[in-house]
Design a protein around this ligand. Sequence first.
Ligand code: 5GP
Ligand code: ZN
Length: 143
Amino acid sequence: MNHNDCIFCKIINGNIPSAKVYEDDHVYAFLDISQVSKGHTLIIPKIHTKNIYETPPEIAKELFAKVPIIANALKEAYNPIGMNVLNNNEAPAGQSVFHLHIHLLPKYSESEGFSVNWKTHEDKYSATDLQQIAEKINEAIKN
Ligand code: 5GP
Ligand code: ZN
């Protein structure tokens, strides 16, 4: 199922040109136009899903199975010193195209590529707090 006004569906259909990296029955991978670093690649499911929340496990299985394969190909091709794998969900988290996509962001030097800016709060959570949080999330898992 493709969405008429989705740019990534148009890329899959060939209605918008792209630099294709890989394609099979379930997955399409192509260079991100912004090229945060050389080889910056997007991996998307051919079936339109808005983001990770709306993605059925079978689609996720096909999509994520290709992530290490394409990451290793990118590593072999351009020999980065590291690689960030990123998926943004909803606008506040940086999602700007609402068709699920996984970014592969090769890192060539400290100043090139994606920068991780973790704010750590280890001192603010006791072991009991962590246990309670984990249980709350676990209870929300729908099998
Ligand atoms: P998001 O911000 O949703 O995680 O990532 C969307 C990405 O899609 C951005 O990095 C942006 O550069 C890329 N993008 C948007 N439009 C196009 C396009 O028409 N062609 C390609 N190749 N990439 C696009
Ligand atoms: Zn789409």
